[in-house]
Design a protein around this ligand. Structure first.
Ligand code: AMP
Length: 550
C-alpha cells in the first residue's frame, strides 16, 4: 500500500509571519519603549511592521545579503524590535551581542559571527568607537537614534543614523518566503570558561518556541495582556517575549536601560503591565524597592522567574505579600530558552499554600515538544523519584543541535538518541517536575557526597537579615570540599556568622551546614544577572575554614 500523506498546505514557519499577523490583527496595539534618549516612545504593531520593512530595504541598500549577520548592541527598545523582525524577516541573521561583556569579549564575538553591519544604542557609542578598529568584518556602523541625537563631531564620518536610513526607504517591499530552517538569530553563551559559543536559532525553532510559551501553563499570554519584556533582548531574545507578544496581540512594553527596582515599578504601573518575566536579581530589586516604599502592584498579576533559581522566600513574598501568581521556569541559551515551567497540576490545587509552594519551587514540567532525562556518570537514565540527582539532558525542536562554527556534536548518546547535556544537575519526580540542584561545576562535593549550593542559598535567603547569598565549595584537607557562604546583609541588618549558621539547624542535614560565612558588600554577577560563582571560587580559594585554621 502506498503511504498516504496528509494533504494540508505547506507554509514555512517564519518570524515575519508573527509581525504580519500582529500588524493585521492587532495593528493598533501599543509598543511602548523607554529610550536611552530619555523619552518614552509610543508606537504600535502596524507602525513597527512598516518600519521593519523599511529596515529590510535599507539593509539591501547597504549591500547586506541573505545569510549576512547584523549585530546589535542595544537595550530593549522599539528599534531593537524592528531589527529583530527586519533582519530575520529579510533572510539575514540578527546577532544580539551582550553589551555587559568585556570589550575584548564583545569584539571577539562580533568577529566570530562575522557581522557585516553593527547597530548600537547611543549608550554604546564610546564602546564601539574603541573596538571598531578590531572589527574587520563590519562594513557599516549604525547608531540607533534620530538625526537630532547624532554626535556633532566629524570624528567618525561614516557613522550612519538609523532613523535616516529608514526614512530614505518607501516600505513598499514584501516579506520573502524561504525555508523555515533558515538561521534567524545568533546568541552567544555567557562563556564562564573559554570563549563564548554561538547558538543559531531558526525561524522554525523561534515560532514553535513562541507557540509553546504563550500556553496557559507557561506564560499564559493573550490579547488582554500588557507584557513588560524585562529580560534583555541580548539574553536569548528576551526569552522569546518579542515573538510571543505580537503572536497573541498583547501590548508590549520595553524598559530600555533602566532595570532598577524603582524604574521597573514605575513603568509597570504607568503602562498597566499584567505580566513580566525575568531573572531573580530583577525581582529582588523590585521587591526591595516596593517593601521600602510600602507599594503594591495595581495591575501586575503573573510572572515567570527563571535564568537562575528563584529562592523559595522570593516566591512566597511575591505570592503572599504582593498577590502575584509566580511560575518558576528553567532554560538555557541552548534551549531558546524555555524548557520547563512549574505551573501546578489539578491534583495540587486543593493542597494548602505551603505544599503548593513546595511544588512551585521546583523548576517544573517540560513544555510540549521538549523532553528531559537525568543520567548517571555512565549516561544511564536515573529514576524519576524526586530525590536521585543526575546530569540533566534535554532534546526538542528548539534545543541546539551544534554550536556555530563547530563540527563536533555536543550531544551524549542515550539508547541511540542524541541528547544535549545541559551541565545542570537535577532530580525529576514522578509527576515530571524537574528540580535543579546545581550546575555540575557548582555542586559541593564533601567526602564523596553532593551538597546542593542552591539549597544552601535558598535557606540563607529565607533569613530576614539576608539580602543575597552564594554558597561555594572551599578546599578542605579531609573532606576535599566544604561549603562556604558569601553573604550580603540587608541594609542596617545585624547578623553574625554564628546566627546565620544556627538558622540551618533542622533545615538541612548537619553535615551539609556550611562551615563558615563571609560577609561582603555585594556579590559579583554575570552579564546576564546571575551569580558569578567562578569569580567567588577564585576569590575564596584560599579561605581558611574554621576547623582547619592553624
Ligand atoms: P544561560 O544560557 O546563560 O541562560 O544559562 C543557563 C543556565 O542557567 C542553566 O543551565 C541553569 O544552570 C541556569 N538556570 C536557568 N534557569 C534556572 C532556574 N530556574 N533555576 C536554576 N538554574 C537555572
Amino acid at each position: 500500500m502506498p503511504k498516504l500523506l496528509g494533504q494540508m498546505m505547506q507554509m514555512p514557519l517564519s518570524i515575519s509571519s508573527l509581525i504580519r499577523h500582529a500588524a493585521r490583527h492587532a495593528g493598533d496595539v501599543e509598543v511602548v519603549s523607554r529610550r536611552v534618549e530619555g523619552d518614552v516612545h509610543r508606537s504600535n504593531y502596524a507602525e513597527l511592521e512598516r518600519r521593519a520593512r523599511q529596515l529590510a530595504q535599507a539593509l539591501s541598500r547597504l549591500g547586506c545579503e541573505a545569510g549576512d549577520r547584523v549585530g546589535t548592541l542595544a537595550w530593549n527598545g522599539h528599534r531593537h524590535l524592528e531589527l529583530f523582525y527586519g533582519v530575520a524577516g529579510s533572510e539575514r541573521v540578527c546577532h544580539t551581542v551582550n553589551p555587559r561583556l568585556h570589550a575584548e569579549q564583545i569584539a571577539w564575538i562580533i568577529n566570530d559571527a562575522q557581522d557585516r553591519v553593527l547597530c548600537f544604542d547611543l549608550t554604546f557609542l564610546p564602546l564601539v568607537e574603541k573596538i571598531a578598529p578590531q572589527l574587520g568584518s563590519v562594513g557599516h556602523f549604525v547608531l540607533m537614534t534620530d538625526r537630532a541625537h547624532m554626535p556633532v563631531t566629524s570624528a567618525w564620518p561614516g557613522l550612519l543614523c538609523y532613523d535616516d536610513l529608514l526614512a530614505a526607504e518607501s516600505g513598499d517591499w514584501a516579506w520573502p518566503e524561504f525555508d523555515e530552517n533558515t538561521a534567524s538569530n545568533i546568541c552567544y553563551t555567557s562563556g564562564t570558561t573559554g570563549h563564548p559559543k554561538g547558538v543559531i536559532y531558526s525561524h522554525r525553532s523561534a515560532v514553535l518556541h513562541a507557540l509553546a510559551q504563550v500556553a496557559p501553563d507557561v506564560m499564559c499570554l493573550g490579547a488582554r495582556d500588557v507584557v513588560l519584556a524585562v529580560s534583555p533582548m541580548f539574553h536569548v531574545n528576551a526569552w522569546g517575549v518579542p515573538y510571543a507578544a505580537p503572536m497573541v496581540g498583547a501590548k508590549l512594553v520595553l524598559p530600555g536601560a533602566q532595570l532598577d527596582g524603582a524604574s521597573v515599578y514605575e513603568l509597570m504601573e504607568s503602562e498597566r503591565v499584567t505580566f513580566s518575566a525575568g531573572v531573580p536579581t530583577v525581582w529582588l530589586g523590585l521587591m526591595t524597592h516596593m517593601k521600602a516604599q510600602g507599594l503594591q502592584f495595581s495591575t501586575l498579576r503573573r510572572t515567570l522567574i527563571g535564568g537562575a533559581a528563584c529562592p523559595p522566600a522570593m516566591l512566597r513574598t511575591l505570592e503572599d505579600d504582593f498577590g502575584l501568581e509566580v511560575v518558576h521556569g528553567w532554560g538555557m541559551t541552548e534551549t531558546s530558552p524555555l524548557g520547563t515551567a512549574g505551573q501546578l497540576k489539578a491534583k495540587h490545587v486543593g493542597l494548602d499554600a505551603a505544599s503548593r509552594q513546595s511544588v512551585k519551587h521546583k523548576q517544573g514540567r517540560v513544555l510540549f515538544g521538549v523532553d528531559i532525562a537525568i543520567l548517571d556518570a555512565a549516561d544511564r537514565p536515573l529514576p524519576w523519584d524526586g530525590c536521585t540527582p543526575g546530569n540533566l539532558v534535554v532534546r526538542g525542536p528548539w534545543v541546539i543541535d551544534r554550536y556555530f562554527g563547530r563540527d563536533d556534536s555536543p550531544h551524549v548518546d542515550v539508547a541511540g538518541e542524541p541528547w544535549f547535556p545541559t551541565g545542570d544537575v537535577a532530580t525529576i519526580d514522578a509527576d515530571g517536575y524537574m528540580q535543579i540542584t546545581d550546575r555540575t561545576k557548582d555542586v559541593i562535593k564533601s567526602g564523596g557526597e553532593w551538597i546542593s549550593s542552591i539549597d544552601l542559598e535558598n535557606i540563607a535567603m529565607a533569613h530576614p537579615a539576608v539580602h543575597e547569598a552564594a554558597a561555594i565549595a572551599c578546599h578542605h584537607p579531609k573532606w576535599d570540599e566544604r561549603p562556604l557562604l558569601v553573604v550580603v546583609r540587608k541594609p542596617q541588618a545585624q547578623l553574625s556568622a554564628a546566627e546565620l549558621l544556627g538558622f540551618y539547624e533542622g533545615r538541612v542535614a548537619k553535615w551539609q551546614i556550611p562551615d563558615d560565612v563571609v560577609f561582603v558588600d555585594e556579590l559579583p554577577h554575570t552579564a546576564t544577572g546571575k551569580l558569578l560563582k567562578l569569580k567567588l571560587r577564585e576569590t575564596y580559594r584560599d579561605h581558611r575554614l574554621p576547623d582547619v585554621r592553624t
